[in-house]
Design a protein around this ligand. Structure first.
Ligand SMILES: O=P(O)(O)OC[C@H]1O[C@H](OP(=O)(O)OP(=O)(O)O)[C@H](O)[C@@H]1O
Ligand SMILES: Nc1nc2[nH]cnc2c(=O)[nH]1
Length: 178
């Protein structure tokens, strides 16, 4: 598995350190609130669980499953595979994402939760790849701004592989190029 990785971009230690910083900022902001933390499956599950342990305020957790990638290619269509169990009406919502790439997934979810009456919607993404953006959206809280490479590990997959790597790495082109 590690042989398929061209370069480790963010090590476990770097990720741990950055998550401490991000969680500190969110903890200060939400101290007196009770937000709903929404994890975007499947990619954000590791990021979300590592962040949750660091968030020191009252919160609820829910999951939404959306999908738009076929291998390393964006299909351009965001599909809601499985919806939240919670009602977001009147809630402060924090969306936890692994990566913002074209921006379509996050834009879709922010709009969906606003349409459902959320009081506020903020986004927290471990990775942001601004060079690939196709729709207008910025992450409110971002761990790392990444180069325009296909990344795997720490939740991110290629054909549902590599999610279990403890670091974020660049996948060798030979693995996914036709
Ligand atoms: O900014 P975008 O271009 O929309 O890309 C970002 C989304 O792509 C990936 O999800 P994917 O659709 O691959 O599903 P997965 O999380 O189940 O792997 C990733 O987890 C983000 O949710
Ligand atoms: N695994 C993976 N999924 C993505 N979805 C959007 N961008 C990426 C990426 O760089 N890697």
């Amino acid at each position: 598995m590690n042989n398929d990785i061209k370069e480790v971009l963010y090590s476990e230690e770097q990720i741990d350190h950055r998550l401490d910083e991000l969680a500190g900022v969110l903890t200060a902001k939400y101290q007196d609130k009770n937000p709903l933390v929404v994890s975007v499956l499947t990619g954000a599950m590791i990021f979300t669980s590592d962040m949750l342990k660091r968030l020191n305020f009252k919160l609820n957790v829910d999951l939404v499953d959306v999908s738009s990638y076929d291998g390393a290619d964006s299909t351009g269509q965001v599909k809601l595979v499985s919806d939240l169990k919670s009602d977001v009406n009147g809630r402060d919502v924090i969306i936890m994402e692994d990566i913002i790439d074209t921006g379509r997934t996050l834009k879709y979810l922010v709009q969906l939760f606003k349409d459902r009456g959320a009081k506020s919607v903020v986004t927290c993404a471990m990775l942001d790849k601004p060079d690939r953006r196709e729709v207008e959206i910025e992450g409110d809280y971002v761990g790392f701004t990444t180069p325009n490479e296909f990344l795997v590990g720490y939740g991110l997959d290629y054909n549902n592989l590599y999610r279990n790597l403890p670091y974020v790495g660049i996948l060798k082109r030979a693995v996914y190029a036709n």
